[in-house]
Design a protein around this ligand. Sequence first.
Ligand SMILES: Cc1cc2nc3c(=O)[nH]c(=O)nc-3n(C[C@H](O)[C@H](O)[C@H](O)COP(=O)(O)OP(=O)(O)OC[C@H]3O[C@@H](n4cnc5c(N)ncnc54)[C@H](O)[C@@H]3O)c2cc1C
Length: 434
Amino acid sequence: MDHAVVFGAGLAGLLSARVLADRFERVTVVERDRLTRGPRRGVPQGRHAHALLPRGQEIIDELFPGVVEEMVAAGAVTYRPLVQARMVLGGNLMCRTPMPGQGLALTRPFLEDHVRRRLLALPGVELLDGWDAVGPVFRADAVAGARIGRPGEDRTLDANLVVDAMGRAGRAAVWLGESGFDRPAVEEVAVDVGYATCYLDLPDDAFGGDLLILIGSTPANPRGIALFRVEGERWILSAGGMCGDHPPTDHDGFLDYVATVVPPSMPDVLPALRAAPPPAEIVPARFPNAVRRRFDRLRRLPRGLIAAGDSICSVDPLYGQGMSAAALHAVALRDTLARGRDDLERRYFGAALRVTEPVWQLALSADLAFPGVPGEPPLASRLIGRYVGRVQRAATRDPSCAIAFARVVGLLDPPAALMRPAVVRQAIRHGSRS
Ligand SMILES: Cc1cc2nc3c(=O)[nH]c(=O)nc-3n(C[C@H](O)[C@H](O)[C@H](O)COP(=O)(O)OP(=O)(O)OC[C@H]3O[C@@H](n4cnc5c(N)ncnc54)[C@H](O)[C@@H]3O)c2cc1C
């Protein structure tokens, strides 16, 4: 028996299963939802704008070569970053400048459908949908099976590895506690984010050829929007606010909320949104807190139980990092497995922490800058925040700063890349508040 069972067929589950398929004879993905195309109950956030960061895109295409091209052929939208995208970060509109790479805009269900189809084409991979993950079966501190159930039926699958990829509601921590192990410490940031989202029927040149408009929230205005063209010749518009400042879901109220976000430098946005036919629905979402479970700190772990994606680390969605963090976990798993299976769990949780540490820290320092978010930003994070503010201001006119910043928030480069001499020079020169 060499069988890995992945609980959850969200992005973390699909990408983990992909790398496990190279190392295990069989991989079974167990998903509670019946999987059809389109939004589903188990991933309610899939109805909201999901920006796929460049590093996430890169990893997905590496794990499933050609999948990006397939998605583009099926209607996913490509754009030239910093050329066909308006990005307002920290209140600063990044300047227009060509940079290598191609942005990809699509909906979350579309992305998942394509990745899932490619995964299930691999030999040895099976999907059991409509089944609830009950938990691992332990024998002498090692996973020996996986219990699953559906109404009127229970099954135990033989397994030597179980991956908890069940999202924020992941239960690996609970299973550890129930089996006599310590539970991981939990870090939380109460951000109280609320979203509202609709699809709009607008022409593709509604914004002079720009295909993506991102306006981030700031401590001065905790509201932001993401508006981009996606497959199916439509636009998705999500508005979101921190610290309880949530958008309404009636059409007029929603547009009035969006109006408080769009800067005067974009006079074309509101008239176009107001002229569009009213959307069929505007759906809300709540995200009370960012959560990180510190499995990496546990001294004793059972053999054969790991976690991935939001079940380890679920960050404030306003920064659009979650799917890319799940992809980074898959890379951490692939690289850990490449060095053998001894002490896999401890090595993997350490690697998963390292690859997503910048994600967590970037989000944390941005979140803690909001007066309404409980918690004091550490001194280092305040100093970094102040410097990043300078880089963002410099990026409004200096292409090298704009590119460096876009690469860091796109997770292509570590935050330390902002300390390169050329960036520091421009940040000093152009970054003061005017
Ligand atoms: C409003 C909102 C907007 C967001 N925007 C972005 C964005 O722009 N960009 C970005 O990258 N990220 C974004 N995110 C974050 C992103 O959605 C998550 O980080 C990502 O979905 C994590 O993937 P996952 O596979 O870990 O979890 P999920 O996608 O939540 O998948 C978990 C899966 O487990 C299944 N499951 C749960 N319990 C069981 C069970 N008992 N048995 C079997 N299956 C089970 C669920 O049905 C689901 O399929 C956003 C999140 C929210 C809330």
